[in-house]
Design a protein around this ligand. Structure first.
Ligand code: SAM
Length: 284
């Protein structure tokens, strides 16, 4: 039995058995490794950290996409920053009402390797005529994008380390604000409230976003292979409140079959534990 092990904190490790290491390479940006096991199927890591696996990817990719569409069913133009495995794009492309999706992933090798080893998330994405793929830095891209270009920005990034750092800055969030229309919604990978390093990242990101967007909220989901299994997305908006403007009837009319998200769970996801609310408040 071979074991992939990730350090969740100095005194806590998470291991997954695998039968075969499918591929490993160092791209211009990061170490990319693909493994295949029984419990979680094929999975890949970036710089040794779990990114996506066949078994629980649906949780993350449904939860980063559907709450925004259930809040503003009129979303037409979507920008994805990061998301190199293709899972976020796959969920967005399920909306026939979406007219354009731009995915800005800094590392083309991630996408190409996912097309080969992780078709569950990457296949069909590039072939969709509404899709534009750009292999460049997301911060540079938004800086060079004209204002009011997108209704939705999904920041599907790695953690705020190495290349991902720029996607957790005030500069980046300000540019996202400018590039969003007046109906704009920003969803960002908002780290986790449990282990201290991720909790610090969560607090810093929330503080920066709250200073820019009039409506900000945080929602949770449970994904076994991310540190502590309790993970968050940020929901920031110029106009729409994710609970006041939730439109279950309209979302159900899209007739999109999901394995995790539904509009009842939508409400529950925004009901955070006290220790999470305290971490997000300015007091702590
Ligand atoms: N779901 C995963 C998670 O929560 O950690 C992340 C999915 S995806 C693999 C993250 C992607 O963000 C990676 O492919 C990485 O190359 C990309 N990325 C990191 N920094 C970036 C940047 N500055 N611009 C664009 N993409 C970036």
């Amino acid at each position: 039995m071979n074991w992939y092990t990730e350090e969740w904190s100095k005194e806590c490790r998470f291991s997954i058995a695998y039968d075969e290491k499918l591929h490993g390479e160092k791209s211009k940006y990061q170490e990319i490794e693909f493994y295949k096991g029984k419990e979680f199927g094929t999975f890949f890591t970036l710089d040794g950290l779990m990114m996506v696996n066949e078994k629980d990817e649906f949780i993350y990719h449904e939860m980063i996409v559907h709450p925004a569409f259930a809040t503003n069913p009129g979303i037409k133009r979507v920008l994805i920053i990061g998301g190199g495995d293709g899972g976020t794009a796959r969920e967005v492309l399920r909306y026939k009402t979406v007219e354009e999706v731009v995915m800005v992933e800094i590392d083309e090798r991630v996408f190409r390797l996912c097309q080969k080893y992780l078709p569950v998330t990457a296949s069909g994405v590039e072939e969709d005529p509404r899709m534009t793929l750009k292999f460049e830095d997301g911060l540079a891209y938004v800086k060079n994008t004209k204002e009011a270009s997108f209704d939705l920005i999904l920041v599907d990034s790695t953690d705020p380390i190495s290349v991902g750092e720029g996607l957790f800055t005030t500069d980046f969030y300000n540019e996202c604000y400018r590039v969003l229309t007046d109906e704009g919604i920003l969803i960002n990978q908002h780290e986790s409230p449990y282990f201290s390093a991720y909790r610090e990242n969560m607090k810093k990101a929330h503080k920066k976003i709250k200073a820019i967007f009039p409506i900000t909220n945080v929602y949770q989901y449970h994904i076994p292979t991310y540190p502590s299994g309790h993970w968050l997305f940020g929901f920031a908006s110029k106009k729409y409140d994710p609970l006041q403007h939730l439109n279950p009837i309209r979302w159900n009319e899209f007739d999109i079959r999901t394995k995790y998200y539904n509009t009842d769970l939508h409400r529950g996801a925004f009901c955070l534990p006290n220790y999470v609310k305290e971490g997000l408040s300015d007091e702590e």
